[in-house]
Design a protein around this ligand. Structure first.
Ligand code: ATP
Ligand code: MG
Length: 393
């Protein structure tokens, strides 16, 4: 009677869970309403039958072992609803995106009647939980994959960055060597000329001590310049260098050191219209390199003209936060179609005599290093180069 009462209670009280009472051979003693509803099997037809007769997929041995353990220990044991495992196959109403075909179940095995070796199997629907878990797992997998892809991409980027650094470094090296070679052409030809002069004079027996000394002094100075040029460019690419106060009149006087001979050869007048005491705080040799390139271009342009009055004039304009240096010639100007290309590396109209690096070097040095700008204006009369340098740095 007591048992019947319990049975009755189980029938009515627990409509949220499935309850089966079986013995340790899996003979069925009770099959509750919840299960009747969900399996469409009524209790009458299963009583005294074995559970694995009705549900042949049940792992008979494991279940019996668990039941016996529960009875022997007189404590409940559990089956957890591992993904896709269930005790009683109950088809789920298939929704479009449902993960499981069968209801996922948690099963508790509770000792019910020790004498008769009966246990109650309480079946809880864990489909929602399992779905959430499965969904979570699939998301975790997805996230792991994405993460992995991200890591791979990161690695690739680092590798590419490294390659870019290496190649830009070697490009910079190449640039540096080209620039040094460019800046060396003038002084090297000066040394060659002076040496040839001395040789001729010696052979004619007209080489006096003063000429010898002067020539050596000039050659020495030129060699210093050559070595300075290497250092400047190396420092420029390093970049560890020192700014100093530069007197601009002196700088422009000095800048024609290698160009004087050519200037007088072609009867070019060089005028420095600058106050003798104006200074600027910047990198001296780099500014010098740029000015030499610009003046050399003017000289080259004069070589193509038949003018009698050839002038290169330098001047400057002081503003509150900058100084603008002007280098102007009347050598006929730059063709309009060329004007937009003159800063490109290797653009030259001088067939074999030009590398086309001069203005490219100027622009690189002035913009990247001196933090200034260079502009070139040209008309049929001549060319005006403006170098703007900041004074508030
Ligand atoms: N003052 C100028 N007058 C006329 N043309 C000029 C002047 N300055 C530059 N150019 C033009 O700009 C071009 C590029 O000048 P850039 O100094 O870069 O190279 P380059 O002088 O040809 O070669 P390199 O400097 O190696 O001797 C020249 O070939 C020339 O056509
Ligand atoms: Mg040039």
């Amino acid at each position: 009677m007591a048992q019947n009462e319990t049975q009755y209670n189980l029938r009515t009280a627990d409509l949220d869970n499935g309850i089966i009472i079986v013995d340790d051979t899996l003979s069925i003693y009770h099959f509750n309403k919840w299960l009747e509803l969900h399996t469409k099997i009524d209790e009458e037809s299963v009583l005294t039958k074995k559970l694995d007769e009705i549900f042949p997929n049940i792992k008979t041995k494991t279940l019996i072992r668990k039941i016996k353990t529960a009875l022997r220990m007189n404590t409940p044991t559990f089956y957890t609803a591992a993904t896709s495992h269930y005790l009683i196959p109950i088809k789920i109403n298939q929704f479009k995106n449902s993960i499981f075909e069968y209801m996922q179940q948690d099963v508790s095995i509770i000792p019910y009647d020790k004498e008769k070796k009966l246990v109650a199997l309480i079946i809880k629907d864990q489909t929602n939980m399992a779905s959430a878990n499965a969904l979570l797992n699939s998301h975790i997998e997805e996230i792991k994959k994405l993460n992995q892809a991200l890591i791979e991409e990161q690695k690739l980027r680092e590798k590419q960055h490294q390659q870019l650094l290496t190649s830009s470094r070697s490009a910079a090296m190449g640039d540096m060597i080209s620039m040094i070679a460019h800046q060396w052409r003038q002084p090297l030809s000066l040394i060659t000329t002076m040496m040839a002069n001395m040789k001729v004079k010696k052979e004619l027996g007209t080489l006096d001590d003063a000429t010898l000394q002067n020539s050596f002094k000039k050659i020495e100075e030129t060699i210093y310049y050559l070595s300075d040029t290497i250092n400047d460019f190396r420092d420029y690419f390093k970049p560890i260098k020192v700014k100093s106060n530069i007197n601009l009149y002196e700088l422009f006087s000095k800048s024609i050191f290698f160009l004087k001979d050519e200037m007088s050869q072609y009867n070019i007048n060089y005028k420095i219209n600058i106050d003798k005491n104006i200074e600027i705080y910047t990198y001296k040799n780099e500014l010098l390199q740029s000015i030499i390139n610009i003046i050399k271009n003017s000289i080259d342009a004069f070589k193509e003209t038949t003018l009698t009055n050839k002038n290169i004039t330098v001047s400057l304009e002081q503003k509150t936060d900058k100084i603008i240096l002007f280098i102007e010639d009347n050598a006929g100007g730059i063709d309009k179609e060329h004007l937009e290309k003159i800063f490109e590396p290797y653009f030259s109209t001088k067939s074999k005599n030009g590398t086309g690096l001069g203005l490219y070097i100027c622009k690189t040095i002035i913009e990247k290093h001196l933090k200034g700008t260079i502009d070139i204006y040209s008309d049929t009369n001549g060319t005006k180069v403006a170098i703007t340098l900041p004074t508030l740095l």
